[in-house]
Design a protein around this ligand. Structure first.
Ligand code: SF4
Ligand code: SF4
Length: 146
């Protein structure tokens, strides 16, 4: 009989302890988000995959020097450019990132002297398809809101 009352007491106490914790946390601001309906604001130092930086028309700052491609230890970057007829400078025609082998080391960003690439805030990258991690960064830049 003594065991019954002691179990009843400890069970009730445990229940009240749990409810007290819930009550204490209830008025606090939630630390979780309603994913995927809400997005996280990432910290300035967060490293998502790299992205191209463009002007107000979303034209890339890239001058096709190729330094980032050469600096990448994993061979993730493939870019190309061409001189338009009558033009003096090369224009970027493609910039592809293979994010499957990127270690986010930052060598590419450091090697760029033209403020043309940076780490993005992208964190929403879950996929079961490898192709989803081969990213056309030029297309991504062109499709960004101006
Ligand atoms: S280093 Fe900068 S300017 Fe040169 S190709 Fe890479 S992104 Fe373009
Ligand atoms: S962060 Fe490093 S591994 Fe990733 S693309 Fe840049 S240089 Fe390559």
């Amino acid at each position: 009989m003594g065991g019954y009352f002691s179990d009843l007491f400890s069970g009730t106490k445990s229940l009240l302890d749990g409810m007290w914790v819930t009550l204490k946390e209830f008025p606090k601001r939630p630390v979780t988000l309603s994913y995927p309906h809400e997005s996280l604001k990432m910290y300035a130092r967060y490293r998502g995959h790299i992205e191209l930086i463009g002007d107000e028309e979303n034209k890339p700052n890239c001058v096709v020097c190729g330094m980032c491609e050469r600096a990448c230890p994993s061979g993730c970057i493939h870019l190309a450019g061409e001189k338009p007829e009558g033009g003096k400078k090369k224009v970027l025609t493609s910039y592809t990132l293979d994010f499957t082998t990127c270690s986010l080391c930052g060598s590419c960003v450091e090697s760029c002297n033209f403020d043309a690439i940076r780490f993005s805030n992208e964190y929403n990258l879950a996929s079961t398809r490898k192709e989803d991690f081969i990213i056309d960064l030029l297309k991504r830049l062109e499709e960004q809101d101006k």
